[in-house]
Design a protein around this ligand. Sequence first.
Ligand SMILES: [Zn+2]
Length: 91
Amino acid sequence: MDKRPVPNTMKYLFHMPRKIPEGKVVVHNRVKPASPIGTNGFRIWLQSPSDDPMLVVCNCGWAPHLKSHYRVFGVGAATDPKPPSKSRWAR
Ligand SMILES: [Zn+2]
């Protein structure tokens, strides 16, 4: 059961903000970026990067007009390096 409290500074967005408030960054979840936001569960929000140690700078190229954006780190994310696939079952 993962019941991490959601920081109260977190706010889902339904479109890309023109201007990012001071001290905040745009974060998206582990879902591969899709348009419009919400497609396939793709979500974005504004957050202070210091709120969550699981945020990493993302290079997926989703929002080129932003200097940088972040995502929630996690194994299995479309943009994360693939883990070695040399399992016992792989041939
Ligand atoms: Zn990204």
